[in-house]
Design a protein around this ligand. Structure first.
Ligand code: URA
Length: 244
């Protein structure tokens, strides 16, 4: 494997950054400063260090994308740009989004080639928390909040054709946005199709803008603009694996 691929795969930086790091003598192979990005290494035998920190090889890749509006959460699409197009520079095969956000929804989206983790985080049995910033057309009344916190009928039916209410959600009020629209934080424990929009419709309201802020232990933070992404830290990956 090429040295720059190894370092890129392990999240040290983009190909361009890694080229620069190698040029500046920050990478060592078996204790010797590496001279070129295309140097051939064997991840099983060679000791690779970056800034004197030995890098261990990991099989999977984990990215946190701040999904912008106008991009679909799919691996391919005939019409629109996909979230994978935004990570095309990474050259990682087998990446998939962990769940879906609507085309007009922004915010946190995990992309990984770790199918087992995706499966566990999306399993309906696991009830992984998801928090959304929801900009609404109208303020919520206390009755609306109570309904959302107890569970609402969003049109889904069980095998006996009885309403399949949403699981109790958490509603926290925040300030209005710059257009003076009410904004709430809504935490849900499922991932049904258009769930947030349908929950707001169920209480006679309308979502004007939606952004996902967290999923399980993973949070969006303030450092990524829409369309930007970063590699998850080891501790974020471990927490996500534990939170499943
Ligand atoms: N709920 C929605 O209605 N849309 C999303 O994109 C995510 C959750």
């Amino acid at each position: 494997m090429r040295l720059d691929k190894f370092l890129g795969d392990q999240g040290i930086g983009t190909r361009k950054q890694i080229k620069e790091y190698i040029k500046n003598g920050r990478c060592r192979v078996n204790g010797v400063v590496a001279s070129k990005p295309e140097l051939h290494i064997d991840p099983d035998c060679d000791e690779i260090a970056f800034d004197d920190l030995v890098i261990t090889y990991s099989e999977f890749h984990y990215f946190l994308l701040n999904k912008p509006a106008g991009v679909v959460s799919a691996t391919t699409d005939g019409r629109n740009r996909t979230v994978l197009d935004l990570l095309s520079e990474e050259n990682v095969k087998g990446l998939s989004p962990c769940g879906r956000l609507d085309i007009d929804t922004e915010g946190l989206l995990l992309l990984t080639d770790d199918g087992q983790l995706i499966h566990e985080l999306l399993s309906p049995k696991k009830h992984v928390d998801k928090t959304y910033e929801v900009h609404l057309k109208n303020p919520l009344s206390d009755d609306d909040i109570n309904l959302l916190c107890e569970g609402v009928d969003i049109g889904d039916r069980d095998k006996e054709n009885l309403p399949l209410l949403t699981l109790p959600a958490r509603v926290e009020g925040t300030k209005s946005d710059d257009k003076d629209r009410p904004v709430i934080l809504l935490t849900i424990h499922e991932g049904r199709f258009h769930q947030v929009k349908r929950m707001m419709e169920a209480v006679g309201n309308e979502v004007l803008f939606l952004r996902r802020l967290s999923m399980g232990s993973l949070t969006l933070g303030d450092d990524l603009k829409p369309g930007e992404y970063r590699i998850l830290t080891e501790s974020e990956i471990n927490s996500l694996k534990r939170s499943d």
